[in-house]
Ligand binder design. Structure first.
Ligand code: HEC
Length: 145
C-alpha cells in the first residue's frame, strides 16, 4: 500500500467500526460497567426467561403479527415508565410498534415484586433500549402509582 492508501484505511477503519456498532442494536449484559446495573440485568435476564420469553422470545424478536418485538422496538425506547406499567398491569388495545399494528392482550403480572420489575426493566432497557441504564425500585414504585 502506498501512503495515501494507508492514510485512507486508517481514516476509514474507525468509521467502519462505529458503523458496525450502531448496526448492532443490542447491548450485551457482559459489557455493563456499573456493578448494580449489572446485578439487576443478570437477575432480570432470568426473570425475563421465566415471565416474558414465551411470548417476546429469548432474543426479543417477538412472534409474527401477534407479539411485538422488544429488540429494536421504537415503542419500548420512547417511555420507560410506560414499559414498567405494562410489565405490571399488562396491555390491551391496538398499539403501533415500528409502524406495525399489534392488538392482542398482554396479561398482567400481579405476582412480580417491585424489585423484580426493576430488574426486568433494567434488563430489557439496557439490552434493547438506549443502552446501559439502571431502573431502580424507587422509580418503579413511582411509575406504578
Ligand atoms: C402471553 C404473551 C405475553 C407475555 C408473557 C408478555 N407479553 Fe409483553 N406483550 C404481549 C402482547 C400481545 C403485546 C401487545 C399488546 C397490545 O397489542 O396492546 C405486548 C406488549 C409489550 C410491550 C410494549 C410493546 C413493545 O414491543 O415495546 C412491552 C414493553 C412488553 N410487552 C414487555 C413485556 C415483558 C417485559 C414481559 C415479561 C414480564 C412481557 N411483555 C410478557 C404479549 C406478552
Amino acid at each position: 500500500m502506498n501512503w495515501k492508501a494507508k492514510w485512507l484505511a486508517g481514516l476509514l477503519f474507525p468509521f467502519l467500526l462505529l458503523a458496525c456498532q450502531s448496526a448492532e442494536k443490542e447491548t450485551s449484559i457482559n459489557s455493563i460497567q456499573d456493578l448494580k446495573t449489572k446485578q439487576y440485568a443478570v437477575a432480570g435476564q432470568v426473570l425475563y426467561a421465566a415471565h416474558c420469553a414465551n411470548c417476546h422470545q429469548e432474543d426479543g424478536s417477538g412472534l409474527g403479527m401477534l407479539i411485538p418485538p422488544l429488540k429494536d422496538s421504537d415503542y419500548l425506547k420512547v417511555d420507560i415508565a410506560r414499559s414498567v406499567r405494562i410489565i405490571r398491569y399488562g396491555l390491551k388495545g391496538e398499539i403501533l410498534v415500528n409502524g406495525k399494528e399489534y392488538n392482542q392482550p398482554m396479561p398482567a403480572n400481579p405476582i412480580l415484586k417491585p424489585i423484580e420489575i426493576a430488574q426486568i426493566a433494567t434488563y430489557i432497557h439496557t439490552k434493547w433500549g438506549k443502552g446501559e441504564i439502571l431502573i431502580p425500585i424507587d422509580s418503579v414504585n413511582a411509575y406504578l402509582k
